[in-house]
Design a protein around this ligand. Structure first.
Ligand SMILES: [Fe+2]
Ligand SMILES: [Fe+2]
Length: 309
């Protein structure tokens, strides 16, 4: 699939699970915030929101990928980082879990700019359920009617599609590894039937940066981050990967899958891997050891820049 090569992609971590003032920067590549210089303190929360800025021939477009778990961290951090909701050109939803759309309706309500394109997989609307040792949670439902009533320009997909004619959304991820299996604790309701959620609704956002290769951004990466990157390579026909970023949802799967994922990522050999959100502390520490030179932790306020060359 042909997608335009961009001159640069910047991802600002608006909401994530972590903040650590001691995490280092890499000048020109990964810039951390200086808390004392912010308008107000940042809030970390179990949710995800990225502000992705695309530079296409000098024209900048901004995508909000996911909308956190609630309006509180989303708006607090937008304000702290001095962003205006009307400056955002599109929304992409990674998948239908509420820690990724919890602030979406308030975000849409706050805007005064014309209807915004919202890109999502059509399966995000199935009610989602989580079975935990402490009982069942959910169902959570993202309401299609409520979304339509918010006056958005809705783009639903199943397979690959472009967002803003500039980045690729993979659609349902093709599973090619034998070790990345969704956990049975994730369920969804289709009509009256409840079934295991295999996450056909989760998709990666993929950008191509001139001379640098792919930028692959995942939400929770329930289909497996290696599957997602391999599928992005297959769809674009481009092998080099400059950045893999996302929640990798690894710790609850256990050490064997963490080690297999590390092996898979080593084969892909991205220039930089940045993980946060649902990756889990145990998996983050193992990734940090496995990739001493090219792994970093995602923290709120971090800006990651991939510049063409
Ligand atoms: Fe999540
Ligand atoms: Fe999720």
């Amino acid at each position: 699939m042909q997608i335009p090569a961009l001159q640069a992609v910047t991802v600002e971590i608006l909401v994530d699970n972590f903040f650590d003032v001691f995490e280092p920067s890499r000048p020109g590549i990964v810039e951390r915030v200086v808390p004392g210089r912010l308008k107000k303190p940042l809030v970390a929360a179990h949710g995800l929101a990225y502000l992705i800025t695309l530079n296409h021939q000098g024209k900048l477009s901004r995508i909000l990928m996911d909308a956190a778990n609630s309006p509180l961290p989303l708006f607090n951090n937008l304000e702290a980082l001095e962003h205006d909701v009307n400056d955002i050109d599109a929304v992409v939803l990674s998948h239908g879990h509420p820690d990724h759309y919890g602030g979406l309706f308030e975000f849409l309500a706050k805007r005064t700019a014309p209807p915004i394109p919202v890109y999502l997989h059509e399966d995000v609307f199935f009610p989602k359920i989580l079975v935990t040792p402490k009982g069942r949670i959910g169902p959570w439902v993202l309401d299609l009617n409520q979304l339509m009533a918010a006056g958005v320009e809705l783009h639903q997909n199943q397979g690959p599609q472009l967002a803003l004619d500039q980045v690729l959304l993979t659609g349902t991820v093709e599973a090619t590894t034998d070790y990345e299996k969704p956990l049975p604790s994730f369920r969804r309701k289709v009509g009256d039937q409840e079934e295991q959620d295999l996450f056909p609704d989760e998709q990666a956002l993929v950008a191509v940066v001139e001379g640098r290769g792919l930028v692959v951004i995942g939400g929770c990466s329930h289909p497996g981050i290696v599957n997602m990157v391999k599928y992005a390579q297959k769809l674009t026909g481009i092998q080099p990967v400059s950045l893999v970023l996302g929640g990798f949802h690894l710790t609850p799967h256990g050490d064997a899958m963490i080690q297999d994922t590390i092996k898979g990522l080593k084969e892909i050999n991205p220039e930089l891997i940045i993980a946060g959100h649902c990756t889990g502390f145990r998996a983050l520490t193992k990734l940090a050891i496995a990739f001493p030179d090219n792994f970093m932790v995602s923290c709120v306020g971090t800006k990651v820049m991939v510049v063409g060359g």
